[in-house]
Design a protein around this ligand. Sequence first.
Ligand code: NDP
Length: 301
Amino acid sequence: MKKHKIAIVGSGPAGLAAGIYTSRAEIETKIYAGLEPGGQLTKTTEIENYPGVIGKTGPELMAEMTKQAQKFGAEIIYEEVSDLATLRESYDAVILAMGASPRLLGVGEENYWGKGFSTCAVCDAAFYRGKNVYVVGGGDSAIEDALALTKFASKVTMLVRSDKLRASVAMQRRLEQSEVEVKWNTQVVGVEGERVETLLVTQGDSDLPAQVGTVTRLPAEGLFFAIGHIPATKWLENEGILDENGYVVVNHEGWPTMTRIQGVFAAGDCVDHRYRQAATAVGMGVSAALDIERWMNENTK
Ligand code: NDP
């Protein structure tokens, strides 16, 4: 019998979990690692909330997942993919698992990953026990992050760029009942210190460029951004499989992980804008692999 071939685009938790399952099911598996092999977890330090993993860093966990996929025969290709049609010609099926990147501001915060700056309060809140922390953003994620941080931090302040929140009414009520302070019309324009020690902010009308206002310095021990995510799906814009925010739409014809293109499946943060956890991405990757195995048996020779 001819061996089925699949391409997985992305080498974060979703892509590698899918690859472990497909290669172990003796499907010839190529994983295109893309520009950021290992995905967002490679930017974190210690992992505390991935079940069964204690005392490992993000890069270590991803290195092990990669090794595990390779052990069963998956091949990692260090290339970026930019054309779905070419992939579909060469493979029986495709899993899209490119992930999403947290939106950044580019005001120097990129220098502070693991040094007081994070975009995942669910992952990192526990490292901020007794600290004075700030959350940038005014959506549901920002409130959720701020509330998660109140369990650990001594002081939590939200910095909202306008005079209103985008978050749902229910989350706004929870915020009102909490100890979180909100600074309105406030934009971060810089970060200073060895670790995050000082935030440079401007306050005023959010229609004005942030640089115009007078800069105020706020002492800080932690900075969290929750200003949205950008799924890595730009290359799929003309395929008709994205929603208005650029996330891949699945659940087609009774296949929970298939897009509306037959044989093209998707998993992880490029699909999921809600949970965005390594563990949920792994779960979706596994689901996609199992769906693909069944779909191949029914649809390919
Ligand atoms: P949103 O797009 O809803 O909110 C982004 C927030 O970041 C807005 O307040 C926005 O401000 C602000 N922002 C964007 N760019 C900048 C910038 N350059 N500088 C400062 N602030 C900025 O993203 P979320 O991640 O919060 O939510 C994504 C989706 O997930 C939503 O549909 C949300 O409802 C859902 N979600 C639901 C949860 C729940 O139900 N518990 C929990 C988490 C997310 P502005 O309003 O001015 O544009």
